[in-house]
Write a protein that binds this ligand. Structure first.
Ligand SMILES: [Zn+2]
Length: 282
């Protein structure tokens, strides 16, 4: 049964992204992995009174359990009085998309970017049809954005004409573009192809998404926002700062009371997200 009647009294994410597009601004989309990373993110968003997208990947859902993860996210948004949405990041599976929509996600990404073009279109089209019943946002990806462990040398930037065709044929609400960013850390400063980005925007007229936001300098992020990026994904830096801070504090301290150990790591996540929110909102 579809939860049509329970859908979002708050601002719908498709609408919100369109608003971002009209005003040349962007939302920050942060991945969370456990209660502590979520708490760090929420503190930052609440402190700066900024909206936020909370993202889960399949592995985070497997780790926390779907309903626990959803309830954590939703109750935190309420608790901290932050306008926010729950998004499924990089799903390769139609069934997982379905489960997440049933569980109350506001937005889903179907990532068939590694499949042949026609196949990517077919599965994306099916997801768009499904998500329409929930009023949920659908993000898809076109082009090659290196995943963790994949070569960053290989290129496969999004082609504007192909993007236009893909958007028209599938009816997606937002598109993740390959313009020089990659997942994980960069060995050298990434060079975003802003020209290509603005061509994709002109061709598609939909909100564009930048994956691999970790490690991209603020000036480049701002340039991307001016040219059509309406959602910036941040994951690696959150994981990294949380674990690095935790390791340091554990090395210096014998305390086994985790309620004393975790707060410095939560605080570090919070500082990081505040920094990124400052860039995105300005
Ligand atoms: Zn991504």
């Amino acid at each position: 049964m579809l939860k049509k009647d329970l859908v979002m009294p708050k601002s719908n994410m498709i609408k919100k992204l369109r608003e971002m597009q009209e005003t040349n601004s962007s939302l920050l989309a942060t991945n969370f992995y456990n209660y502590e990373t979520l708490r760090g993110i929420m503190k930052a968003a609440s402190q700066l009174n900024q909206p936020i997208i909370l993202q889960l990947t399949k592995s985070s859902i497997d780790y926390m359990g779907l309903s626990v993860a959803v309830n954590l996210a939703k109750s935190s948004l309420e608790e901290y009085q932050v306008e926010g949405w729950l998004h499924l990041d990089h799903s390769v599976s139609y069934d997982l998309v379905h489960e997440c929509l049933d569980a109350g996600f506001d937005s889903v990404m179907i990532d068939a970017s590694e499949k042949p073009f026609e196949e990517n279109m077919d599965i994306t089209r099916k997801v768009v049809e499904l998500a329409a019943n929930y009023g949920a946002n659908v993000e898809a990806e076109l082009g090659y954005i290196a995943k963790l462990g994949q070569s960053k040398e290989k290129t496969g930037f999004t082609d504007p004409a192909e993007a236009k065709y893909f958007v028209e044929q599938t009816g997606i609400n937002s598109l993740a573009v390959a313009i020089g960013s990659a997942h994980g850390f960069y060995t050298q400063e990434p060079n975003l192809d802003i020209q290509r980005l603005s061509e994709i925007r002109a061709a598609t007229h939909i909100p564009l998404v930048l994956h691999g936001g970790s490690g991209i300098p603020g000036s480049s992020l701002k340039e991307a926002i001016k040219n059509g990026i309406c959602k910036i994904n941040l994951a690696t830096e959150i994981k990294n700062i949380f674990m690095q801070t935790l390791k340091t504090s554990m090395a210096m301290n014998e305390d086994i009371d985790l309620r004393n150990v975790f707060p410095s790591a939560i605080h570090a996540v919070s500082r990081l997200v505040e920094e990124k929110l400052e860039i995105v909102k300005s």
